[in-house]
Design a protein around this ligand. Sequence first.
Ligand code: XIL
Length: 318
Amino acid sequence: DGLHSLMVAAGKLYFGTAMETNNFNDAAYQAISTDKNEFGMFTPENSQKWEVTEPKQAQFVFTQADAVAQKVKSNGQLLRCHTLTWHSQLPSFVSSGTWTPATLTAVITAHITNVMTHYAGQCYAWDVVNEALNEDGTFRESVFLSTLGPAYLPLSFSIASKVDPSTKLYYNDFNLETSPRKADGAVKIVQLIQAAGAQIDGVGFQAHLNVGQTPSRAALAATLGRFVALGVEVAYTELDVAHATMPPSEADRERQAADYVAAVGSCLDVERCVGVTVWQFSDRYSWVPGTFPGKGDACLYTRDYQKKPAYKAVVKLL
Ligand code: XIL
């Protein structure tokens, strides 16, 4: 049995991972990722982001994400799509453009419509808006916020639901797990979208966590529950648990295992938590050391595809 089949047996929809085309020619990686017992859901790690799918205005490029989608589909696995309106990995024509509310609305509408139309029927869910919040729960500065105000959120969701109402429309962010004020902000986002009469189906918890700083299973479940109470489903969308000291000690590796168990366990405890996606499953491809110098080894498998204590603990939990 693997992570996905155990999650399904526990009543969830999936256990998933991020994947990108640069992982395709790694035979050891592919042996694991194509095992349907291990992973049932895949998120393209970068190839559906705005800078890739629309690098120049009205020039749409789907080659790379199509390759991921095709691989997943041909193996009978599912796709979580990521992401549409986001301040990061945004092409300069958007981030450095001179916009009025009307012209930026047209650009967002064209982007969401084209990308979602291309993937219509292929995505279990779309992360419609990603990372709109500061740590204190206020709205993050961006070209979207400065031009349109918070209205860009309901706008993005209402465009998305017109294109493909059958895919689950998610708001996705990090540190909702650890920062109650940021979670307050996300609650307000869900309410803002609902009050505008727009469709929102889920909140994604990225869960980029740190060893020894992960809240308890009960605290995590309580935070998930705040969103379920608003009528949406929840999921862990980018789970990893980074070590701050490299290389980690055996005790650190056991602490990491406990943190993974807290996160996955909290999803088990919340009926409308539909699944868990890890942000790559091997340290060989983790984004952590490149983005947070000094941190690392955040995944369930080592660089050489050995199962870590964290992997074994999650299997034991499930
Ligand atoms: C990261 C990718 O893993 C990196 O390869 C890339 O260089 C930067 O983006 N939040 C998100 C993800 O929603 O899209 C980010 O992915 C990690 C943080």
